[in-house]
Design a protein around this ligand. Structure first.
Ligand code: ATP
Ligand code: MG
Length: 145
């Protein structure tokens, strides 16, 4: 197992529901260390750029509108196998299919408003960390971000 970094977002629905503390508690219970974080509100253009990989999907306009609808909490998480560990505690994209005890099972409402985002691979994590925290990426010498 290798030490990894991954990008996590607490989405506008969960920030509105004041779930930042409970979600941070899940990170800490699962040995995911928050190493840098900020609360921001994305513009439409920033949301489009971040989810650019989904631009051809039918749900893209709604996804962009939702992600720019209110503040989000963005953090870099560090752990052994951080990418898969975070995806595991997040649960399935669709909260109806998410395993009990996962963030999406407990806190998400719908597949669109699903509480959290997590990078899906080490490569994606590098890009997503650089998107939100260029200064953190630039300072990485001894870790894979
Ligand atoms: P995320 O990238 O946000 O962590 P994910 O990797 O589980 O989620 P993706 O397939 O990357 O899922 O989809 C990105 C986001 O787009 C989802 O989190 C969800 O908000 C939205 N989305 C995905 N599939 C659908 C769908 N069928 N209908 C509506 N929205 C969807
Ligand atoms: Mg994804």
């Amino acid at each position: 197992m290798a030490l990894e970094y991954t990008l996590s977002i607490i989405k506008p629905d969960a920030v509105r529901k004041r779930l930042i503390g409970q979600i941070y508690s899940r990170f800490e219970k699962n040995a995911l260390v928050v190493v840098i974080a900020k609360r921001v509100r994305l513009t439409r253009e920033q949301a489009e750029n971040f989810y650019n990989v989904h631009k051809e999907r039918s749900f893209f306009p709604q996804l962009v509108a939702f992600m720019s609808s209110g503040p989000i909490m963005v953090q870099v998480l560090k752990a052994e196998s951080a990418v898969s560990r975070n995806r595991e505690i997040m649960g399935d994209t669709d909260p109806r299919r998410a395993k009990p005890g996962t963030l999406r099972a407990d806190f998400a409402t719908t597949i669109e408003e699903n509480a959290v985002h997590g990078s899906d691979s080490i490569e994606t994590a590098k890009k997503e960390i650089a998107f939100f925290f260029p200064e953190f990426s630039a300072s990485c010498k001894d870790h894979p971000c």
